[in-house]
Design a protein around this ligand. Structure first.
Ligand code: NAD
Length: 358
């Protein structure tokens, strides 16, 4: 396969972790006979410095013309001035909008070798493997909002709005993913209180009944889901929900694994390139020290191969290599709990070695 994968290393530890993922993608390309063209483009704080814009036109054009985009992280204290004309995060919001990325995928997977890192008991987190689909471009974050004079003085409002087509398209993506996993889909809403959730539930039910009747499908209220995620996370397979509920539940879920440096995410649309990144930020406190954990970005590159290039075997191979490296006891500083630790490049080299042995 010939593919163009745009690399947006970004700021802080972004370039350090993207460099390791790039090596892994090159290794996969040479093993399987693919050709990956991987140009780098500026984005975030570094792009503000060089172009006065966190998402320069040339970067956006390259992303739109690619098969997939791999992002490190953006931001840092240098660009934090609230009075600045623009900020790195503005580039992130814009790229998601321009690429029409309405679904955010977050796998929450525990690794047997890292069970002790979880704040939950090992018997609760052992074997957890959830794939969250969070709607990303609708709901309360994008509905009408403002301030007005009310009977008791100033008041503010933010409206949660979803159309049937917005619900249909994300439920379809989530349901299709569930068919390739354990065949179980859970839709999360607040249908006992919110009209918008009643439309969500009615639409999700219709899509699944008409197009995915082979799935085990259920609805869970968001407050109950917050409890289930902690008490019985192992019971879930694919979970689909709206923007606000997904924002909160995915952060709660990420703590189950106990380590930010391990978690990738993907943002995808109906067609066109997807955007893949680690969930962590640019970690300015450790940038330049060569100690960042590259595994989340390496796992994001596996998601890229699976969801944008349809290369399931290659994606699984990377995930297995990461499993093997952890099982062999290799740790970066964030995972080492005071024990011996590897540098960013040493950890990347261990993943490459594990790939070669597979
Ligand atoms: P952060 O995720 O960058 O860091 C939080 C803590 O986790 C830090 O102690 C950091 O050292 C550690 N950490 C994060 N990733 C790590 C890794 N791969 N290996 C080892 N340790 C790791 O969050 P923050 O400190 O709140 O934010 C720093 C900057 O990143 C801010 O400017 C923020 O706006 C930005 N940010 C960007 C994104 C993104 O690009 N998508 C996401 C979140 C935060």
């Amino acid at each position: 396969m010939d593919a163009k994968i745009v690399l947006l290393p970004g700021d802080g530890i972004g370039p350090e972790v993207v460099a390791e993922a790039e090596k892994v993608l090159n290794a996969i390309a040479s093993t399987f006979g693919h050709s990956f063209d991987m140009p780098r483009f500026p984005m975030g704080g570094n792009a503000i410095d060089s172009h006065g814009d966190p998402l320069p036109d040339e970067t956006l054009e390259a992303c739109l013309a690619s098969n997939a985009v791999l992002l490190g992280a953006v931001g840092g204290p240098k660009w934090d001035d609230p009075n600045a004309k623009t900020r790195p995060e503005a580039g992130l919001l814009r790229i998601r909008k321009e690429m029409k990325l309405f679904a955010n995928l977050r796998p929450i997977r525990t690794y047997s070798a890292l069970l002790a890192s979880s704040p939950l008991r090992p018997e609760i987190v052992e074997g957890v493997d959830i794939l969250f689909f969070r709607e990303l471009t609708g709901g309360i974050y994008f509905g009408p909002s403002g301030r007005r004079e009310g009977e008791n003085g100033e008041e503010a409002f933010s409206e949660m709005v979803y159309s049937t087509s917005e619900v249909e398209r994300i439920v379809r993506l989530a349901a299709a993913a569930a068919q390739n996993r354990k065949g179980k889909l859970t839709s999360v809403d607040k249908a006992n209180v919110l009209e918008v959730s009643r439309l969500w539930r009615q639409t999700a039910t219709k899509v699944v009944n008409e197009e995915f009747s082979d799935l085990k499908f259920d609805h869970v209220l968001v407050d109950a889901m917050a409890m289930h995620l902690i008490s019985r996370p192992g019971d879930f397979d694919v979970v689909v929900t709206g923007n606000l509920f997904g924002d909160i539940l995915t952060d709660e879920g990420s703590m189950i694994t106990g380590s930010m440096g391990m978690l990738p995410s993907a943002s995808i649309g109906s067609d066109g390139p997807g955007l893949y990144e680690p969930i962590h930020g640019s970690a300015p406190d450790i940038a330049g020290q060569g100690i960042a954990n590259p595994l989340a970005t390496i796992l994001a590159s596996a998601m890229l191969l699976r969801h944008s290039l349809n290369l399931e075997e290659e994606a699984s191979l990377i995930e297995k290599a990461v499993d093997d490296v952890l099982a062999a006891g290799h740790r970066t500083k964030d995972l080492a709990r005071g024990g011996a630790s590897l540098s960013t490049t040493e950890m990347g080299a261990q993943v490459l070695a594990a790939l070669n042995q597979a």
